[in-house]
Design a protein around this ligand. Structure first.
Ligand code: ATP
Ligand code: ZN
Length: 355
């Protein structure tokens, strides 16, 4: 069940060679991508690190990237499912996310007091509403905020597993889903690639270990194809999730040892450390066990997902091709604004995968 790492690395080197000519030189001294994007009005500053507005040009790219991903996965006949960026608290509790990433989770609270409580809230609020940015604001008004039954979605695939479980046993061929959602992670940062709210497009495979591993390998190849066509330099590398706490290191080491997570990394805003724009995750039977997802033969289902970071990939395009989209390399323009289909079909044919 080992991941053919060398093969993945070879694809990456190959694609890089193909795209070398279209790459803009990467200026290592430029660490102000965020400032440049805000100044150009491409991202809108809200005053909070990791929370940005998106301009028309930014959204246009996200949308077109999304279309390219759909085309790349057309043969998967995935079931398209869309959820709002929240999930049932119960499902979230059962998912064990809090065991691994309590620090990243976002819960949704709401006022659940009475009239008297409302007065108290307004009084507390009165004391802070007009004070300056630099002054410390009391959060007394939040005393009466109580948890709702919803939490923010941490990854686009999370709402899918409980849903699959409810449907009963899988068919022989397992199942493939297509998800897209804003996600929340409490990781404020000045790195524009590390947002608190961002979008993830995912394909999710549920089935036997073989089906799931084939899927992940296929998507490492296809993800590499896409990023190569976008003229971005990249590498595929073994990775781990940022598991919390003292025990976290052991879990992360074991995740690496078992080669469960790969990332497609592109230099974006941190020159010393490339950024994960795509992730390829094999969860083994973790979600299958948790949610009691069964294969046709009654065995516990395995799962894997490929996640496309929509904002990170868009930022990478601005980083490498410049802020003027009209001046981007012809192939990149064709993929986003022109005849995507022929580029993708050709690319898939070269991989030996038919669209
Ligand atoms: P990182 O290691 O950089 O924290 P990750 O590998 O934990 O990211 P995943 O949980 O695998 O990320 O999420 C899937 C994809 O979502 C990533 O490949 C990335 O493109 C995107 N993503 C993750 N976290 C963020 C974030 N804070 N801001 C923007 N995009 C993100
Ligand atoms: Zn996922």
């Amino acid at each position: 069940m080992n991941m053919p790492t060398e093969q993945a690395a070879m694809i990456s080197a190959d694609e890089q060679a193909q795209t070398q000519e279209t790459q803009a030189p990467y200026d290592k001294s430029d660490v102000t991508l965020r400032d440049r994007l805000i100044e150009a009005g491409i991202l809108l500053d809200t005053g909070e690190d990791g929370l940005y507005g998106r301009s028309e040009v930014f959204e246009d790219i996200v949308e077109r990237l999304n279309q390219a991903i759909t085309m790349l996965g057309a043969d998967q006949h995935a079931e398209v499912l869309r959820f709002p960026p929240a999930m049932r608290r119960r499902d979230f509790e059962d998912s064990e996310y809090l065991k691994s990433f309590p620090n990243l989770a976002g819960t949704i609270h709401s006022f659940q007091g009475n009239d008297r409580g409302h007065h108290r809230l307004l009084e507390a609020l009165d004391k802070i509403v007009h004070i300056g940015e630099e002054e410390e604001r009391s959060d007394d008004w939040m005393d009466q905020q109580k948890p709702t039954r919803l939490v923010l979605t941490p990854a686009a695939c999370y709402p899918i597993y409980p849903l699959v479980a409810k449907r009963g046993k899988l068919a022989e061929q397992g199942a493939i889903f297509d998800a897209f959602s804003y996600c929340f992670r409490h990781e404020p940062s000045i790195d524009p690639g590390r947002m608190q709210m961002f979008r993830m497009r995912e394909y999710i495979r549920v089935g036997s270990p073989e089906q799931v591993m084939d899927f992940r390998q296929k998507w490492i190849e296809r993800g590499s194809l896409l990023v190569g066509l976008l003229g971005l330099p990249f590498e595929i590398d073994l990775a781990n999730d940022p598991f919390f706490g003292r025990g976290g290191k052991i879990v992360a080491d074991s995740q690496r040892e078992q080669q469960l997570k790969f990332e497609l990394l592109v230099p974006v805003a941190t020159p010393d450390r490339p950024t994960a724009c795509l992730s390829f995750n094999y969860h083994q039977d973790h979600f299958g066990e948790l949610w009691h997802i069964r294969q046709a033969d009654d065995q516990v289902a395995h799962t894997a997902c490929v996640g496309f970071g929509m904002e990170r990939t868009t930022l990478a395009l601005f980083r490498h091709h410049g802020l003027d989209v009209e001046a981007w390399p012809a192939q990149v323009r064709q993929l986003l604004w022109g005849d995507k289909a022929s580029l993708i079909e050709q690319g898939l044919a070269n991989l030996g995968n038919k669209a």
